[in-house]
Design a protein around this ligand. Sequence first.
Ligand code: PHE
Length: 345
Amino acid sequence: MEQQLNQLKEEALGAIRSADSVRSLNDIRVKYLGKKGPITDLLKGMGKLPAEERPKMGALVNEVRGKVTEVLEARMAVLEEEAVSRKLEAEAIDVTLPGTPAGTGNHHPLTRIVEEIEDFFISMGYEVAEGPEVEKDYYNFEALNLPKGHPARDMQDSFYITEDVLLRTHTSPVQARTMEAKEGQPFRIICPGKVYRRDNDDATHSHQFTQIEGLVVGENIRMSDLKGTLDRFAKKMFGEEREIRLRPSYFPFTEPSVEMDISCFKCGGEGCNVCKGTGWIEILGAGMVHPNVLRMGGYDPDVMSGFAFGMGPERIAMLKYGIDDIRHFYTDDVRFIAQFHRAEG
Ligand code: PHE
């Protein structure tokens, strides 16, 4: 029995030494020291031994159990520590590695140009006004001296929703709305917003684009005020050396009507690809508010007068930044937008 016990001890110690995980060591503990294990069996079998051998054998079994327990516990401590450091190693973070750059956003070039234009006019005492994109035929056309059946309605192909409601084709309805709201008082407004036309999209056309409308109404507002304002504006947006020229044009809501060109900022007037060889670039439409429009807006054209202008900020941004396709503004390609990081803050 003593021999059997020694063999058991060697076997258990060998198993403990080669155990490579906390789990297998626990299995070994159950196998050798558990209630159904061989050591328990030996202790149970003691009763069959002659009385004089019992104390000696009892001591021996206890010694083996003590030794196996001790070695097992020591090995357990080592394996547990190893497991902890393996875990720590797996979770380790190299704080010296570079981080993932979050990137900073920037304004869309269109937002940027609209804000630049707004800032200029705000500095000249204008208020920013807004109006609905789904507009009544009355404000989009009638109140702007474009009665039903007027041929000039064809200048702006429209998306009708009902017979009397449409997606506004220009920001000019805000003129009519503002005149109504101001009830005969003088004012200066600038109105940026989306407009819609039944156009096929290509590099220079879009069924939805942006306009900025300007309107000044008061006593003694003259064509020279319009010209001076547009001249300042052109110089602010395209450089102090810019010249402007006004060409006669036609809009039903202004009389006289003009189109404004600026001297080419690329060639300075000699002729290049930007100005198509003419030395001039068309920027906007404008004119003196038509007496009919003033009257419908509640202003007496014998006492009050006004000027108005309308421009497309996409066109201005395209010229200013050399963008060759209007669709770039709406397709949200971040590579396009990211080129317009505001350097001036
Ligand atoms: N509303 C005109 C257009 O869309 C532009 C314009 C506005 C012209 C104001 C004159 C005065 O073509």
